[in-house]
Design a protein around this ligand. Structure first.
Ligand code: HEM
Length: 432
């Protein structure tokens, strides 16, 4: 039964698992792990295998210790068709050159400068919410985070584009999962352009990028990209689209999950409101307040443990490797899903419980037991930006308002490229 150290179905049974995977990858990964353990091998094709590895040691080997042996998996091909040579989907020298240009914008000294825009965008959104109204928190938060990346990175006002962008992204996410499981998954944009719904989604996003690049004020990042001289027109388009999409959807999802969890755990919410009141003393938060909001940050971290927006990270092996005792032959695909690693009961006691205390100082866990932003050289370039943004947005909202999930509403999830609440999340806005 497969390579040493991994358990899994035989070839015939694997066929059934693949069928399930195409419909609901997250639940199927969970079911595979429950059935076969934290190192699972599933055969596919004539002589290849897929490995589902959910121990921190697996993530450390694949993403860090032996990262030269791994490239982004074939499962990223539909995403690559959309994002091309942007940072998230490029490899090798192209990736290295892009990362060298983009990374400095996310240096700490720039972050401090972004903070007022983050707070201001959140305060404006909150200011538009009438007391007592029920709104779609997921949609509001997407609008807010798109507005923030637009302003901070590109000097553009994008809030008005949020609804159409959201629809385009939903179409792409669905298309991506189906595309992955089509025979001969391809990275060719033209293939996706020919599918009517995907084609119009791509057209809309391209138009948005053009409005950003062509529009006037530019912003720090656009200036650096253009001045580097390393980007031709297509690469510039790919990078701007990558940063706009990677830079808002995930943060919106993590904030939406945070408000859902806070509605279910009122004691955690009370403590958060107390902390915000005490530290901010009635004023708006600033970058330097973030370190004085440990509970607020712990709430966000714990929400990203239970509901990591980047729920799976996948690579293809170039050469044979041994991953914590599991033999992984060249050509295999490996998944190290944060969603499962964050629930591994060997490292997380009471894994299903929402306990922000785990992230208060003094608590220790394996470095790769918690990896909402990935690891190694392909670690999220926007991790610091995302944490600063999420903390400031959460504090800005909690300072004056409470978002309460409408009683009786069950929030279900969708896991495609990102893990997010499905559809609308109806929450009542209550002025505190
Ligand atoms: C809570 C919010 C976020 C989460 C959970 C998240 C998660 C991740 C993860 C797990 C990866 C690594 C993927 C892999 O190894 O295959 C990644 C990469 C990336 N993220 Fe994020 N991200 C978030 C916010 C952001 C923001 C705010 C930006 C930009 C403004 C951003 C831009 C990127 C880019 C460009 C990459 C590719 C980096 C590279 O390969 O060099 N992300 N993100």
């Amino acid at each position: 039964m497969g390579e040493r150290g991994a358990q899994g179905p035989g070839a015939v049974e694997a066929f059934r698992w693949w069928g399930r995977m195409a419909w609901n990858p997250l639940d199927t990964y969970g079911a595979l792990a429950r059935r076969y353990g934290d190192a699972v091998r599933v055969p596919f094709g004539r002589n290849r295998a897929f490995f589902l590895l959910s121990r921190p040691e697996h993530a450390e080997r694949i993403l860090v210790a032996n990262q030269d042996n791994y490239v982004k998996a074939f499962t990223y091909r539909p995403l690559r068709a959309v994002l091309g040579d942007g940072l998230l989907t490029s490899e090798g020298e192209t990736w290295r050159q892009h990362r060298r240009v983009v990374q400095p914008v996310f240096a700490h000294r720039h972050m401090v400068g972004f903070a007022p825009q983050m707070v201001d965008t959140a305060a404006q959104a909150v200011g538009r919410w009438p007391d007592g109204v029920v709104l779609d928190a997921a949609g509001e938060l997407r609008r807010l985070t798109l507005g923030i990346v637009g302003r901070a990175l590109f000097g553009s006002q994008l809030e008005g584009e949020a609804e159409r962008t959201g629809q385009a992204l939903e179409a792409l996410q669905r298309g991506a999962v189906v595309g992955t499981f089509m025979p001969g998954a391809t990275a060719k944009r033209s293939v996706y352009q020919r599918v009517p719904r995907l084609g119009s989604a791509l057209e809309y996003l391209d138009g948005m990028v053009q409005r950003v690049v062509g529009g006037s004020s530019g912003g720090e990042l656009l200036r650096l990209l253009e001045e580097s001289g390393r980007f031709n027109e297509a690469e510039l388009r790919d990078e701007v689209l990558t940063l706009l999409l990677a830079g808002h959807e995930t943060t919106a999802a993590s904030l939406a999950w945070t408000f859902v969890l806070l509605s279910k755990y009122p004691a955690a919410r009370d403590r958060l409101e107390d902390e915000v009141d005490e530290v901010l003393g009635g004023g708006e938060p600033k970058a330097e307040d973030v370190d004085r909001l440990p509970w607020t940050k712990a709430v966000l971290s714990e929400a990203m443990r239970l509901c990591p927006p980047a729920w799976t990270i996948e690579r293809d092996a170039l050469e044979d490797d041994v991953v914590d005792g599991v033999e992984v032959p060249a050509g295999s695909t490996v998944a190290v899903p944060p969603y499962l690693i964050h629930r591994n009961a060997d490292v997380w006691p009471n894994p299903e419980g929402f306990q922000p205390e785990r992230f208060m100082s003094g608590q220790k866990h394996h470095r790769y037991a918690y990896l909402p932003f990935g690891g190694g050289r392909r670690i999220c370039v926007g991790a610091g930006f995302a944490m600063l943004e999420a903390t400031l947005v959460l504090a800005t909202i909690a300072r004056t308002h409470r978002l309460d999930l409408v009683p009786g509403v069950a929030v279900s999830s969708r896991a495609e490229i990102t893990f997010r609440p499905a559809g609308v999340v109806p929450m009542r806005v209550i002025r505190r």
